[in-house]
Design a protein. Structure first.
Length: 217
């Protein structure tokens, strides 16, 4: 089990956002998470990605119980083992596409040269060869999101967690990003993707449905 949530609940301001969620994600899976707005999809993904902690319950990442008091270990896991993709790309506007992809590697302590080589290779694999030097504003929305996918892959994470990665894209770019995800999964990458689009969810091997903070079985 790559990620295992055991009886996870999350309360904020007296509201129960996640209720007794038990869920595991195996290595190599492509899981989509669907459900109405406010059902807790993003909250679930943030807990899987160690960006947030449960109020009660336990989270195991790669078989090890997550210790939320060890901030150093948490940030190490987030940097090295988890690739996050959001609906808005959150690229750094003052840096080029190449630099945006290099940053997580530099943070890990990889040499500039090695980071540059891998970033260029990742951008090429996203169909962005020749656009490495461009700033985010010089790229289309679909291209920006592909840079974000390249950045998420920078440190060769164990899992890609994507929160409505195509939510801001037109149908053509949605297809491009979805095909990239399918290719990554075929190559063995584990992916959890929140989506509103039934047509996309149907293309994944497993669909997790959320309702009122619960996982429907
Ligand atoms: N930081 C927070 N503080 C207070 N309430 C929050 C917080 N984060 C989420 N919530 C509440 O938790 C519930 C679930 O939110 P969440 O963002 O997980 O839903 P979602 O399924 O991702 O919805 P959407 O499809 O609109 O993105 C909502 O009622 C939301 O208002
Ligand atoms: Mg959400």
């Amino acid at each position: 089990m790559l990620i295992y949530l055991k009886d996870v609940s999350k309360r904020i301001d007296g509201e129960e956002i996640l209720r007794d969620v038990s869920l595991s994600v195996e290595k190599g899976e492509f899981v989509s998470v669907v459900g109405a707005s406010g059902s807790g999809k993003s909250s679930l993904l943030y807990i899987m990605g160690l960006l947030d902690r449960p109020t009660t319950g336990e989270v195991f990442f790669e078989g090890v119980k997550v210790n939320y008091d060890d901030e150093e270990h948490l940030s190490r896991l987030r940097n090295r083992r988890i690739g996050f993709i959001f609906q808005f790309h959150y690229l750094l506007p003052e840096f080029s596409a190449l630099e945006n992809v290099m940053i997580p590697m530099l943070k890990r302590g990889v040499s500039r040269r090695e980071a540059e080589e891998r970033a260029a290779e990742l951008l090429r694999s996203m169909g962005l060869g020749g656009k490495e030097k461009r700033k985010p504003y010089q790229l289309s929305g679909g291209e920006q999101q592909r840079v974000a996918v390249a950045r998420a892959l920078a440190n060769d994470p164990a899992v890609i967690l994507a929160d409505e990665p195509t939510g801001n894209l037109d149908s053509r770019n949605t297809e491009v990003v979805m095909e990239i995800f399918e290719r990554l999964n075929e190559e063995g990458r584990t992916i959890v993707m929140v989506t509103h689009e039934q047509a996309l969810a149907r293309r994944t091997r497993r669909v997790v449905e959320m309702r009122d903070g619960r996982v429907m079985l």
